[in-house]
Design a protein around this ligand. Structure first.
Ligand SMILES: [Zn+2]
Length: 504
């Protein structure tokens, strides 16, 4: 058996099913490209039959992303499979991923079919997919709660029909490491043609065991792990791929397995996904949380100073965590700025670099020491602004304990300057009402989150907003950064508003 573990990322499909997440096609392409840079083997770009928007996004990913297999999900129906193929056929390496449930509970209540019928549908679906491609993955939905003998019978039949990857998902996050290890072991023992396919696992985190279960399966012989960076996904989410990757890497002495990933891209990938999905990463999250490499205790700090490995099992540089060294300031020139960005892994085009440098200079006027985190925040903001219909010109706010908060906001709409004033319950409310007056879009603020990018009084404030379009209930996420939190708030709102404008 190969010692290579393939990573299958489903951020754009399962991850996008996280409540409150809505990515447009451009954002999906941006994430997919970064995942390919990270070295993910298979990108599940979406579920094309579900909507024309999803179809278009999958097609865009298939056309634009190189260096990874692009998969599309399809139920075990010819129409789903035809549509999935239509969406991915232009990919370098397209994969059709078809599925049907195999547990009795799903058969009885969801599909209303017996085991014989489901087996026939699964085989027919795989054969149909085989008319288009050899790269076919079959998932036995709710595999972990399926009858073992029946599951093995289905797997054998779909492998004979042409499936190259057989996925045995723990759809509902119910299994435990020992049980799942045993399941994979039994499948290897009982399915006679299992050597002709790769066993894949797809775990959910309902009991907080998604990563542990994935690793248990891998040590039993599974060679593809499905999940998402940051662990986003349905309900409690999917297995966090960054944890799987770093566990395999850090404990190679136990697993003796490798992946194709460039671990230095983990942190940047995580930040990009958190930013575009509006799902922040908790501070104590393994590998990528703000505190994952922070040492607070005096004894630990002392040990670290003497020898890093006394208290650190991974080097933060290995996952691409920006050193919090203070690197740049007021006197840093364009060259130093560019060099630092290259060190951080950003290759900006000339006009993007000019814009980012402008932001940097502006920031040095307000903040003495610019850290890597700050640089990363402003570059990410520039990268987010793909199409801008609305641009913030200025803000004027009057607020305090004895006055009615009032804001005047100046915005340029496609080159034309305009301004509006409004009163609100607070200064941010006033700003948002003034912006609404200008755009005339009926948007509801669903969520507002503010974070400091670094410590200190002059820290950059990073605001994330979720706006809901009243007419169709669609969610749009916006982010903005500034040392002035009111300005960051306005930018975040305008960033989301620009996305509404693009989608209309
Ligand atoms: Zn799932």
């Amino acid at each position: 058996m190969s010692n290579q573990v393939y990573l299958f990322d489903t951020t754009l499909r399962d991850g996008e099913q996280s409540p409150g997440v809505n990515l447009n096609a451009a954002e999906k392409v941006q994430i997919a490209k970064q995942l390919a840079i990270l070295g993910i083997d298979v990108l599940e770009a979406g579920f094309p039959i579900t909507s024309p928007g999803d179809f278009a996004a999958v097609q865009a990913v298939a056309r634009e992303v190189k260096g990874a297999t692009v998969a599309a999900l399809a139920r075990a129906s010819f129409k789903d499979i035809d549509t999935a193929w239509e969406a991915i056929k232009e990919a370098e390496q397209p994969r059709i991923h078809t599925f049907i449930a195999t547990s009795d509970i799903h058969l009885k209540y969801k599909l209303n079919k017996d085991r014989r019928q489901v087996l026939e549908i699964a085989v027919a679906a795989v054969k149909h997919a085989g008319k288009y491609t050899n790269d076919i993955e079959f998932s036995a939905e709710d595999a972990s709660r399926s009858d073992l003998a029946y599951l093995c019978q289905v797997l054998e039949a779909v492998i004979t029909a042409g499936a190259k990857v057989v996925n045995i998902p723990d759809t509902v996050g119910y299994t435990t490491p020992e049980e799942y290890h045993n399941l994979v072991t039994e499948i290897i023992k009982r399915v006679p043609n299992i050597d002709q396919a790769i066993i894949s696992v797809h775990c959910h985190d309902d009991l907080g065991l998604a990563v542990a279960n994935s690793l248990a399966a891998v040590s039993a012989g599974a060679r593809q792990v499905e999940g998402t960076v940051n662990g986003i996904g349905e309900r409690a989410g999917n297995a966090a791929l960054e944890e799987v990757i770093m566990a395999l890497q850090t404990r190679r002495d136990i697993y003796h397995l490798t992946t194709n990933t460039n671990t230095k891209e983990i942190y940047r990938t995580s930040r990009l996904i958190a930013g575009l999905t509006g799902m922040p990463v908790q501070a104590n999250k393994a590998i990528i949380g703000k505190n994952a490499f922070a040492h607070e205790s005096g004894i630990h700090q002392d040990g670290m100073l003497k020898e890093r490995t006394t208290y650190e099992i991974m080097n933060p540089a290995m996952v691409g965590v920006a050193k919090s060294n203070l690197v740049l300031g007021k006197h840093s020139g364009r060259h130093a700025f560019k060099e630092r960005l290259i060190e951080l892994g950003y290759q900006l085009a000339e006009d993007e670099l000019n814009k980012a440098f402008g932001r940097f200079k502006e920031l040095t006027g307000k903040k003495k020491e610019i850290s890597d985190y700050d640089l990363e925040a402003i570059v990410a903001e520039e990268a987010r602004e793909t199409t801008k219909k609305y641009n913030l010109d200025y803000l004027h706010i009057s607020s305090g304990t004895t006055v009615v908060p009032t804001a005047t906001v100046g915005i340029t709409i496609e080159g034309e300057k305009t301004a509006m004033a409004a009163c609100g319950d607070g200064p941010i409310d006033a700003i948002y009402k003034a912006i609404d007056k200008i755009t005339n879009l009926h948007l509801v603020l669903e969520e507002y989150v503010i974070n400091a990018v670094t410590g200190g009084k002059d820290a950059l404030g990073e605001v994330t907003v979720k706006l809901r379009q009243a007419a169709n209930g669609k969610i749009y996420i916006g982010r903005g950064v500034s040392t002035d939190i009111l300005e960051a708030s306005a930018k975040a709102y305008i960033n989301a508003t620009n996305k509404v404008a693009v989608s209309d």
